[in-house]
Design a protein around this ligand. Structure first.
Ligand code: MN
Ligand code: MN
Length: 298
């Protein structure tokens, strides 16, 4: 029996409801900030908390972009938009993503990410080798003449922990582990076009953060922010938008102190190596003796 099973299922139901709403939306003309605010208020209104800031990553940005407090970034008509959202109930996380793009000229990578995720969900079971799941994902992607992003992976989930130690690769991999009964995982194929590099690198922007140490600094104001972060987000990721108790300039300044003192880690956006478009699909599932339960199934 999975510890927190009911909570995982409740969080999954909420996250998948929001994901399906986003899937049906025309995002062109909306700002990244409007999308983040909508997803996050929906998650809260349905009775969960946000497990991480909503990622709204456009085209060659594969992951880790979230809106700043005053963000004016607008979604374009032919943009490929990954919306990756997280809900948690008492620390038990649902992590799920959808790619939205209105332009049929770029549908191939989006459809392939969904097909690869469906294939992966059909082969996972207790005891499955993560490298075999990666091989199945890679097989679908290559048959469709696309390329997997080899250095982005799915991951095991723990209570208040997004990366709990095991990975589910998107390719066959030398390193492998076995899925264990009672464990929770996110599986997330990332797909680029055949002329992509198939790897992501760090970009310049950093707007997702997480607490890594509760050790105080010499700055009392920064220490108050550190206490606030622990109390409200635990060690889960957060955005500057979520520090609304401080005016934006002050929040940025104190956060900078915390990043420099290594109390807080700042995550860089991840950009496709050859600058090509990336699509993503993601589900969370728990491994049970009778099979798996996809907590974020539609
Ligand atoms: Mn995700
Ligand atoms: Mn994930």
């Amino acid at each position: 029996m999975t510890e927190g099973r009911e909570e995982y299922i409740k969080a999954g139901k909420i996250a998948s409801t929001v994901r399906e709403k986003v899937r049906g939306m025309d995002l062109a003309g909306k700002t990244a900030l409007e999308i983040c605010d909508m997803v996050e208020s929906d998650i809260r209104n349905m009775g969960a908390r946000c497990a991480f800031p909503t990622n709204v990553s456009i085209n060659e940005v594969a992951a880790h972009y979230t809106a700043e407090p005053d963000d004016e970034l607008v979604i374009g008509q032919d943009d490929t938009v990954k919306v990756d959202m997280g809900a948690h109930v008492d620390g038990y996380i649902a992590d799920t993503a959808v790619t939205v793009n209105a332009d049929p000229g770029h549908a191939e990578i989006t459809d392939t990410a969904e097909e690869a995720l469906a294939k992966a969900m059909s082969v996972v079971h207790s005891g499955a080798k993560t490298r075999d799941i990666g091989k199945a994902i890679e097989g679908v992607i290559k048959r469709n003449s696309c390329k997997p992003i080899a250095n982005l992976t799915g991951h095991s989930l723990g209570r208040y922990t997004i990366h709990a130690g095991k990975s589910i690769p998107n390719t066959w991999a030398i390193r492998s582990s076995n899925l264990g009964e009672g464990e929770a995982y996110a599986c997330e194929p990332f797909v680029t076009t055949k002329d992509g590099m198939g790897f992501v690198r760090d970009g310049k922007t950093k707007n997702i953060f997480a607490l890594v140490s509760r050790k105080n600094t010499k700055n009392d104001d920064a220490n108050r922010m550190l206490a606030y972060i622990w109390e409200n987000f635990n060690a889960l990721p957060f955005a500057r938008r979520w520090l609304a108790e401080w005016e934006p300039g002050k929040a940025a300044e104190l956060l900078d102190v915390l990043v420099k003192s290594k109390a807080v880690h700042a995550y860089a956006v991840l950009v496709e190596g050859a600058g090509k478009r990336v699509a993503q699909a993601e589900h969370t599932f728990i491994v049970e003796d009778s099979g798996i339960t996809i907590t974020t199934a539609a």
